[in-house]
Design a protein around this ligand. Structure first.
Ligand SMILES: [Zn+2]
Length: 349
């Protein structure tokens, strides 16, 4: 009966597919060093029970994480890659591998709530398949103090055969107590053309689309389908805001409809491109985005570059703050119209 209750609780965690496509990983040249390092650890039986993959989040990182997880549970790896045919591989492919406990990234929330860790811990102590229990935590810097402390106990005294695979992008945001329990493997930053080549291979899309996906760099995008936010509407809103500063709250509906961390990341992605356009520095931008970048460059005073940048960074920092999401987006719009205003405001949170 206990097992039945657990199954219900875990349905959201355990029923997740682990896709493994060695060709995709092999096509991502910037992952080579990290993969070789991991392979050497596995071959020598020295993979730490708490592993932290540190690098840019997104589809390539997810592919690496899932392929590594598959490699560990596979019963007959071939040349260091999961076989794809053994019972464990088949279950993982279908999303029914029973000893997988995964906290996937959630763009709407900065924090991992303590309840999620408690559910994970409850489930992780029940072994159903037998060989290895996998705990995957994506963007582990989302842990707050309470959920971090709950996880710490498990990391300090893990059950036998429990393997933690975690990903992190902003390692300085990770609680030091958690960080000290994990061994870090650093992934190199991909160059834009490497990322575009990866998208062509992974999703079979056109070179133009691959270039656009590489630029958008949406960390929650897992395949070549549309990004999870309406980047065109969000960008147009900024153009309108900059060109018609008298009514700053009129165009920002698309901003309010976008999770704030996603919005912050995107605005910070666009702004350096605007600055390069203003200063005439060479830049290779996807054609679909050039007109909007040019309008933003024309509408902004280049002398205020740093003020806008500072305000966007401040917005990114407060993006996960649970209070007044609308107010914080509206305040951003007002400040971008007059960045000098931002300096007179107390930082939020
Ligand atoms: Zn296998």
């Amino acid at each position: 009966m206990v097992a039945d209750t657990m199954d219900t609780n875990l349905s959201g965690l355990a029923e997740q597919r682990l896709i493994s496509d060695p060709a995709t990983i092999q096509s991502a040249g910037w992952l080579d060093d990290a993969w070789s390092q991991l392979e050497r650890m596995i071959a020598a039986g020295r993979l730490p029970h708490g592993l932290l993959l540190h690098g840019r989040l997104g589809a390539p990182m997810t592919a690496l994480l899932e392929t590594l997880a598959r490699r560990l549970i596979c019963e007959a790896p071939r040349d260091g890659w999961p076989c794809g045919e053994c019972p464990a591989c088949r279950q993982a492919e279908q999303g029914s591998f029973p000893d997988l406990h995964r906290l996937a990234d959630d763009p709407d929330h900065r924090d991992i709530p303590v309840d999620a860790i408690r559910t994970l811990i409850d489930g992780a102590f029940i072994t159903r398949y037998g060989r290895m229990r996998l705990v995957l935590i994506e963007r582990i810097e989302r842990l707050n103090r309470a959920s971090g402390n709950a996880l710490l106990k498990l990391l300090e005294e893990p059950p036998e055969s429990m393997q933690f695979l975690c990903t992190v992008e902003q390692v300085d945001r990770l609680l030091p107590t958690i960080r000290s329990r994990l061994q870090r493997v650093r992934l190199r930053e991909p160059r834009p053309e490497e990322l575009a080549a990866w998208w062509r291979q992974a999703s079979g899309c056109s070179p133009e689309r691959a270039e656009l996906l590489a630029f958008i760099d949406d960390p929650t995008l897992v395949d070549g389908t549309d990004p999870t936010f309406d980047w065109q509407a969000v960008t147009s809103a900024w153009v309108q805001l900059a060109e018609e500063p008298r009514s700053p709250l009129a165009p920002i509906a698309p901003w309010l409809a976008t999770p704030r961390p996603v919005l912050a990341r995107w605005l910070l992605r666009l702004w350096p491109a605007v600055a390069r356009r203003q200063t005439g520095l060479a830049d290779t931008l996807p054609a679909a985005i050039v007109p909007m970048i040019e309008r933003l460059a024309r509408a902004h005073d280049s002398e205020r570059w740093l003020e806008v940048q500072t305000r966007l960074i401040q917005f990114a920092r407060e993006a996960g703050h649970p209070l007044h999401p609308e107010l914080s987006v509206e305040q951003l719009a007002l400040d971008l119209v007059d960045p000098r205003l931002a300096r007179r405001l107390e930082p939020i949170g």
